[in-house]
Structures are given as C-alpha cells and as structure tokens.
Ligand binder design. Structure first.
Ligand code: IPE
Ligand code: IPE
Ligand code: MG
Ligand code: MG
Length: 339
C-alpha cells in the first residue's frame, strides 16, 4: 500500500515528524494495531488484562511505524511488514515489562507501571508471553532472513540489559561501555525494525544495509536523548518518572561525563546520590545543578545529534523521495524531543 507523505523543508517540520509518520502509516498501523490486540489475547484472563493495560496506554509506536515506512520506501513488497511491525512492538513491550521490574520503575506511559498493579512476577511472565507471541508472528511469515535478524535482536537486547545491570553503580564505567549498552539494549531493536521492514519491501542488499545503519544510528540518538530526559525532562510529558536512572544507579553518559570532569566535591556529591533509592527532588536538583555547570547534558545531546546526522547520511544512498525525507526528519525528531 502506498503511503501518502506530506513534507515541509523547514526545521520546525522535525518537531511534527512523528505526527506526519503517524499520518503516513495510518492505514497499515490500523492493521498492525488490530493484530497486536488479537495476539495479546489468551484464555488466562490476567494475560490480556495486563497486556491491554500497557498496549492501550499507547506509547509512540515508533518502531512499528519505522518498519512499515521502511517497507514502503521500497514499494510495499510482500505484506510481511504487518506481522513484523506487530512483532517488533511486542518485543518492545515485553522489554518494557521486564525493564520496569529490573529498574523498579513505578510509572510507564503516564500510568502506574503494570508491576505496580499486578506485581513483578506477573509482569515478567506476561513479558515472556508477548515475546513468545512475537516469535509466532515472525515464524508465520516464513521469512527466515528476517527471523534471523529479530531473534538475534531478542538475545542482544537481553544481553545489553544484563551488561547494564552488571555496570550499575560502577563508577569506573567508561563512555565506551555505555555505548555498548545502548547499542545492544536499544539500537538493536530499532535497526531490526528498519531492516526487516526493508526486507519485507524486497529491497536489495545494499539498501537493506542502509536501513540497518539508519535504524541503528537513530536508536543510539533515541537512547542518548532518553538518558538526558531522565535528568532534564518533565515526568508528565515523558509518562515516566524523571530521576529513575539516578535512583537506580544507572551509569548513563551524563553521569560518566560528569564523573570524568568534576572536582572532588562534585564527584563525591554525584557518587553519594547515585543509587540512592530515596533520592528526592532536592537531591536530584543538586545533581542536575552540577550537570548544568559541567555542560554534560548538552554534550550528550550533541552526541545524539551526531548519531542522528549519521542516520540521515545512511539514507542518502537511496533515491530521494518524500518518505525518505520524512525518515530523515524522524531521526532528527529523536533529538528535537530533548528540547
Ligand atoms: C522507551 O521507549 C524505552 C527506550 C528505549 C528508551 P519509547 O520511548 O519508544 O517508549 P514508548 O513505546 O513510546 O512508550
Ligand atoms: C531502555 O532503557 C530499556 C530497554 C531497551 C528495554 P531505559 O531503562 O532507559 O528505558 P526507560 O527509561 O525505562 O523507558
Ligand atoms: Mg527503565
Ligand atoms: Mg530511560
């Protein structure tokens, strides 16, 4: 199905790239959403109750929209992209259910996290159910190369979350360690989403490779900005609590850069706030004040900007089209949401 794309060349158009992506993928996303709801069903009542609670809270649906747009960029292809988009969103939702247990987060998509309503055990198990359903949808397409990409992604995401856990509160964590973590836990799913979309669109190998690197670079930018927003964002707008990363002792880039350049007093203030589960708004404000003085949130955004620019550059090997421009704007939107 051909997507209708509206484009505006001005910088402001990046801010509404997400809305334009929603418009462009609308009819196909309606099919994906129907599939998502039907595959979240089970005779065990708690499964659809918990799954629907998370799914109906929305989320941006960025990954499945990227899968659909990536297929359409090459003419729409096989139709497998509907199953892949639903599978990708299921994988994402499964990781969110698991991630909120690991991170002890209390809020997700503007509501109490599922674990606050049904508990940690149910959240983990329903996450496993969604992951299983995701694989079923992939297998049904019979597309082995795409299954290869998505199953590798499932393993690498889990590996990234474990690596992050192992580094939690470790003040010797390097920027390189951090990049490995976000590449695995976040960029891998974005690149899988765009790769299998391009495969469903029957793109040739060089074009699939371009979409893989677009998704990867966009994913790195996305997570860098998510990590900035955890210090500089607004809980209501994000739909999750600001400060979770600090309380959890997560070694994100702002913390790593601050520890590298801080004086002894600032360093010890950061070290003592990090991983303090009861760190309140005042404790958080002290850390943010240090971060502002050192400019580490701006440096992190600058790094995100560089990755978004690489994502845009990856698309340049493909023929120019309104949809290609929209995908470029979407990469830039991932950074613009930091402001
Ligand atoms: C949250 O992803 C997890 C990260 C990789 C930072 P999103 O910000 O895409 O979450 P939803 O789907 O919109 O809720
Ligand atoms: C992304 O990391 C989680 C996954 C990729 C599963 P975060 O822990 O930063 O995500 P949020 O902030 O909880 O959404
Ligand atoms: Mg988390
Ligand atoms: Mg986060």
């Amino acid at each position: 199905m051909g997507l209708t794309v509206t484009n505006r060349e001005d910088a402001a158009s990046r801010a509404d790239a997400l809305e334009r992506l929603v418009d462009a993928t609308g009819p196909d996303m309606a099919r994906v959403n129907a599939l998502i709801l039907s595959r979240a069903d089970s005779h065990v009542e708690m499964v659809p109750e918990l799954a629907h609670y998370l799914i109906e809270a929305g989320g941006k649906r960025l990954r499945p929209m990227l899968t659909l747009a990536s297929a359409d960029l090459f003419g729409g292809g096989t139709g497998d992209q509907i199953s892949f988009a639903a599978a990708v969103e299921f994988m994402h939702n499964a990781t969110l259910l698991h991630d909120d247990v690991v991170d002890e987060s209390t809020m997700r998509r503007g509501k109490p996290a599922a674990r606050m309503v049904w508990g940690n055990a149910a959240s983990v198990l329903v996450g496993d159910f969604l992951l299983g359903q995701a694989f079923l949808m992939m297998v049904e397409t019979g597309n082995l190369p795409a299954l290869n990409v998505l199953s590798r992604a499932a393993a690498v995401i889990a590996e990234g979350e474990v690596f992050q856990l192992a580094k939690s509160g470790d003040l010797t964590t390097t920027a390189d360690d951090y990049m490995q973590v976000i590449e695995a836990k976040t960029a891998t799913l974005f690149s899988a989403a765009t790769t299998v979309g391009a495969m469903a669109g029957n793109a040739e190998d060089a074009s699939v490779a371009a979409m893989t690197s677009y998704g990867r670079e966009l994913g790195l930018a996305f997570q860098l900005v998510d990590d900035v927003l955890d210090y500089g964002g607004v809980s209501g707008t994000m739909g999750k609590n600001r400060g979770d990363d600090l309380r959890e002792g997560k070694m994100t880039l702002p913390v790593i850069l601050a520890l590298e350049s801080a004086n002894a007093a600032d360093r010890s203030a950061i070290a003592s706030a990090l991983g303090k589960a009861d760190c309140d708004e005042d404790g958080m404000a002290d850390v943010v004040e240090i971060f502002d003085r050192l400019g580490v949130l701006q440096q992190t955004v600058a790094k995100a900007e560089a990755h978004a620019a690489t994502a845009v550059a990856a698309l340049r090997v493909l023929p120019a089209s309104p949809l290609r421009s929209l995908l470029s704007d979407t990469a830039e939107f991932c950074v613009a949401r930091a402001y």
